[in-house]
Design a protein around this ligand. Structure first.
Ligand code: ATP
Ligand code: MG
Length: 548
């Protein structure tokens, strides 16, 4: 992919100019959930930068928080990164460095730069101060280092209960940066780690483990999101105090937000756990596996990352841009006919038992895709919305006495219709004009509307799922909390009829359904039990948005 130039290039080029020509990046997810499109940005950036400068990019699992991490997430993350089109040089785990991280902590203690603190989590919080007031020194801050060292070893050896003591970096309780006010760097926690099992009962904190892990691996540019900007002094502090000769450099970029969805693993997990979606790969989810199931291609996501650019200020991108990118990559999808909400049509002047097969191009714009046969006969289905009993002025489709062309077939005329007891129209009685077959001489007669249709006997039933956004729009005075913004109508499942050629659609295959949108055969779809997911509609609302 071609990443747009950005301030990150400037940093890298500066380093190269200084003689630090090697570029090594990493994508460092915590395996506590599935990846979402925000991660796609971070993945493209890390892998893209390494590619651009002939360097390497590794996958590193930041697994320092055993209570939330699982092998399932490790596996899914690998699958998603590969699906996006990237291959790492090595896979690393922060837990591979637990010994090193422990050694480093002892070193800090010996240098008088870390101490074992007996304050409870609450007391630590209460003495941290505020943005405007300095914090208070812990009474344990000046504990002799020998004593801290012994206590830290005892912590490691399981002599204290969970949460009893912490190891804190001794920096500056009056620092204007709250992150520098003696942050906790180790805590006692008995939780089985997905890789080290029960070997450890103390675990390093992220802010401490991250710079050291980066540097051990030889990462040159450590790209992370903007909320870590205030943590950079701590990142640098750790590396400086531990005398690493080639410290990694942290560079922050803007976190991606998308309208009308949730971009946080923690919240997405809540939706899954509470059954508000069918799973991590529910096609409404902004997860990579959800988007994949929905029908998004890796190309669409990479294009999206190229288009949003790399900025240094956070912004929320309109979901319409993501959809625009999906459309851009779906132009060659076969254009098929599917009647989402079927209304039966009987062509009264078409002989019973007669049939014909019309040749219809798979996609007019890609003639190399060839043609398929579409059956036409006396009984058909059209879209319910394409008929109105009493049409308003600008409705040009079927209505009593009106004509419309059926795509690739004939002009038909609505002569009459049948209603059921509740007043619903259940069937149209139409005639066709045999001289108007598409592509035949004499077929040039024009009518205002061309409708898609399927033949009743040969078409196949299919469940078609239409989607709306997960969240209702955010408004000035409306609820801000995700839980209260859940869109109750984010999915609608229709009993549709699709043309015969779609009968053996394979999971993951993408199509345009004429006049309806782009659709993808669901992973659970199979012949006889077809399921299609709407990827995106045909109308590009993004183009409109840009024009203003
Ligand atoms: P979440 O809050 O969804 O769990 P996270 O930042 O905690 O996100 P990590 O697993 O730590 O998730 O993220 C791995 C990498 O992806 C980090 O470098 C992080 O900065 C980046 N990342 C996560 N979310 C986004 C986002 N919305 N936009 C860009 N990068 C992101
Ligand atoms: Mg996280």
């Amino acid at each position: 992919m071609t990443l747009p130039n950005s301030f990150i290039d400037e940093y890298i080029e500066e380093a190269i100019a200084r003689g630090d020509t090697r570029v090594q990046t990493r994508f460092p997810p915590e395996p506590n959930g599935y990846l979402h499109v925000g991660h796609a940005k971070a993945i493209c950036l890390n892998f893209g930068m390494a590619e651009k400068y002939g360097g390497e990019c590794n996958l590193r699992f930041d697994d320092t928080n055993p209570s939330k991490e699982e092998q399932e997430y490790v596996d899914s993350i690998m699958e998603d990164v590969r699906w996006l089109g990237f291959e790492w040089k090595n896979v690393y785990y922060a837990s591979d460095y637990f010994d090193d991280l422990y050694e480093c902590a002892e070193k800090l203690i010996q240098k008088g730069l870390a101490y074992v603190c007996e304050l409870t989590a609450e007391e630590v919080r209460a003495t941290r101060g505020t943005l405007t007031e300095p914090g208070k020194n812990s009474p344990y801050r000046d504990r002799p280092w020998e004593e801290s060292l012994q206590m830290f070893r005892d912590m490691r050896d399981g002599k204290y209960p969970d949460g009893k003591y912490t190891l804190r970096a001794k920096i500056d309780m009056a620092s204007p940066n709250v992150n520098m006010r003696d942050p906790v760097i180790y805590r006692i926690l008995r939780a089985t780690h997905h890789r080290t099992q029960d070997k450890w009962c103390i675990y390093p904190m992220y802010d401490y483990a991250h710079p050291i892990s980066d540097t051990i691996e030889g990462v040159t540019q450590s790209l992370c999101t903007l909320e870590f900007e205030d943590h950079r002094p701590l990142y640098d502090w750790c590396l400086e105090k531990l005398d690493f000769p080639k410290p990694s450099r942290q560079i922050e970029f803007a976190r991606l937000g998308l309208t009308r969805t949730i971009m946080s693993k923690r919240y997405l997990k809540k939706l899954v756990d509470e059954g508000l979606v069918s799973g991590w790969d529910d096609p409404r989810m902004p997860t990579l596996c959800g988007l994949r199931r929905r029908g998004y291609s890796p190309e669409a996501l990479r294009l999206f990352v190229e288009k949003i650019g790399i900025a240094k200020s956070n912004s929320v991108v309109d979901a319409a841009l993501l959809e625009h990118c999906a459309r851009e990559t779906l132009k060659s999808a076969p254009r098929m006919m599917a009647v989402l909400r079927p209304l039966k049509v009987t062509i009264t002047n078409y002989p019973e038992g007669q049939e014909e097969f019309l040749s219809v191009p798979m996609n007019q714009d890609f003639p190399e895709q060839g043609e398929r046969k579409v059956r036409f006969s006396r009984e058909l289905f059209i879209e319910r919305d394409d008929f109105m009993e009493t049409p308003p002025p600008k409705f040009f489709r079927l209505a009593p006495g009106r004509e419309a062309r059926l795509k690739g077939a004939y002009i038909i005329k609505c002569e009459d219709f049948i209603k059921n007891e509740s007043g619903e129209v259940t069937e149209l009685l139409c005639t066709y004009d045999p001289d108007t077959r598409s592509g035949m001489p004499g077929s040039e007669r024009k009518v205002k509307a061309t409708l898609h249709f399927v033949d009743a006997a040969s078409s196949v039933p299919a469940a078609v799922r239409l989607y709306d956004y997960l969240l209702i729009p955010e408004t000035e005075d409306g609820p801000k909390d995700f839980a209260e913004r859940m869109n109750p109508n984010s999915i609608e499942t229709l009993e549709s009829r699709v043309e015969a050629a779609l009968g053996d659609a394979k999971p993951g295959e993408r199509f345009q359904f004429l006049r309806q949108g782009y659709f993808c055969a669901d992973k659970d779809s199979e012949p006889g039990n077809l399921v299609f997911n709407e990827i995106v509609g045909l109308k590009d609302t993004y183009a409109k948005l840009v024009k203003g």
